[in-house]
Design a protein around this ligand. Structure first.
Ligand SMILES: [Fe+2]
Ligand SMILES: [Fe+2]
Length: 243
């Protein structure tokens, strides 16, 4: 009888445990939704990888600004709004380097994937070296745009630095999106992954005193407007010239 009771309770436990866990997760997500509703927002929780990848979206918009500006700077630096470029470089510094790279990737993502091993782990040293090179180039762009104009003698070097930076970060972010972040998610396990998603949002609020992503999107949109790059339609490829 004792054996039957034990089996029954194990079977019930097996059936109940997932239900209890789901209940607990739902309670925590209900609490978040309630907090959110109280704050007057309609925000949905953002998962860790969604967070990282949409941050890449902001950084890619800065890369587009650099790539579009570089040939204009090389041709005639006086025709380019250097103050807008300084704002772009500052945004890459505060949002890309000091938050996305230092607080999320270098503290949480890279250690986890390095420990897990495999293809993503093999990329970590190069990714860190590229972060370091990126910071050197951002220092240079900030120095060269700080005065609100780019000196003619530096135009070629600034244009080259922006194109080198863009080329590096396109390859960098694409590897992170397709290899490193999926490996990070696989290494975490669902519960730890969900917890980290919440932790990332908390770090973001601490660092920026609010929703850093929304602030960054607004800022990059302002830079695009200032440089005549605000309309997505200008990027539509021309029709094919069929001969
Ligand atoms: Fe990175
Ligand atoms: Fe990244």
């Amino acid at each position: 009888m004792a054996e039957i009771d034990r089996r029954t309770s194990l079977a019930l436990g097996g059936a109940l445990l997932p239900a209890l866990l789901i209940g607990a997760c739902k309670a925590s997500s209900d609490a978040r939704e309630h907090e959110n509703a109280q704050a007057g927002g309609d925000e949905q929780p953002v998962t860790a990888n969604e967070d990282l990848m949409r941050e890449h979206g902001v950084l890619r918009r800065i890369l587009i600004v650099y790539r579009e500006a570089a040939p204009k700077i090389a041709a005639n630096p006086a025709q380019v709004d250097a103050a807008a470029l300084a704002t772009a470089a500052n945004l890459f510094r505060t949002f890309g380097e000091q938050y996305h790279e230092e607080k999320l990737e270098e503290q949480h993502i890279f250690p986890a994937v390095a420990k897990a091993g495999g293809a993503a782990a093999n990329l970590v040293d190069t990714l860190k070296a590229q972060h370091k090179r990126g910071r050197e180039i951002t220092d240079f762009i900030l120095d060269q745009t700080r005065a609100g104009r780019i000196a003619t003698g530096q135009a070629e070097a600034v244009a080259r630095a922006m194109l080198g930076f863009t080329r590096m970060y396109e390859a960098h972010a694409a590897r992170e999106d397709t290899i490193v972040f999926p490996a990070f998610k696989a290494a975490m396990g669902q519960q730890h992954y969900d917890e980290l998603g919440e932790k990332f949002e908390e770090i973001e609020r601490q660092q920026f005193g609010g929703d850093g992503f929304d602030m960054a999107v607004d800022k990059v949109a302002g830079v695009e407007q200032a440089l005549g790059l605000g309309d997505l339609a200008i990027f539509t490829a021309p029709p094919l010239a069929r001969g």
